[in-house]
Design a protein. Structure first.
Length: 208
């Protein structure tokens, strides 16, 4: 009777199988590790339509004012952070023109999704009202007229010109009071109530 035979892999074949097994394990570990990696969020480029003007307050320091300073608040409606370091806000009175460097504030930093960005402007000297919450940006000495005006959020820091500028650089434009045609949508009604801010529907973070 012939002896029974057992198939024994040759050394070369064994090494080939081992390499294949190790390769498969590496691929599995890579896929598992990649799934749990903390990937930083993509920051959107300048000009994102997700950033809007959420509040404008022009009664800072007046009798009965809620706050001592005028302010503008921005809001990120999107799902990704937006870099606003190239943005600016620019203001003009209801009958005036854009282009005054004293009415422009250049921004910095970024706004996380669902978060607000507070810009402090002109403060009333010895006026009534509380201090603002810590602002994200202390801007120029822009004195906002609560009775009427225009405020543009711009995706660059080049001065706008004219009484009602247009163009792709304007991310948001709010008009209030008597500013015919110079607003995205219908201009907001001005308020004589010193405790009241112009607020986009949905509210804002510093409203009282």
């Amino acid at each position: 009777m012939q002896p029974s035979m057992m198939l024994i892999p040759s050394p070369g074949r064994h090494r080939k199988n081992l390499r294949l097994t190790l390769l498969c394990l590496l691929i599995v570990f890579f896929l598992i590790g990649y799934h749990f990696l903390s990937i930083p969020p993509v920051v959107k480029a300048a000009g994102s339509p997700d950033i809007v003007i959420s509040q404008i307050y022009g009664h800072g320091g007046n009798s009965g004012a809620t706050f001592k300073c005028d302010y503008v608040e921005l809001y990120n409606t999107g799902t990704s952070p937006v870099d606003v370091s190239a943005y600016s806000i620019q203001y003009a009175s209801s009958g005036g023109s854009f282009g005054d460097v004293n009415n422009q504030t250049n921004l910095s930093g970024s706004i996380a999704p669902g978060q607000y960005y507070l810009i402090q402007l002109s403060c009333g000297v010895g006026g009534s009202g509380d201090n603002l919450p810590a602002p994200d940006k202390i801007g120029s000495n822009t004195d906002i007229d609560a009775a009427g005006g225009k405020l543009a959020l711009v995706n660059n820091q080049t001065q706008l010109n004219g009484s009602c500028p247009t163009g792709g650089s304007i991310v948001d434009l709010v008009g209030w009071g008597s500013v015919p045609g110079c607003s995205e949508g219908t201009p907001a009604s001005a308020s004589s109530d010193a405790a009241q801010a112009l607020t986009r529907k949905g509210g804002g973070s510093v409203a009282r």
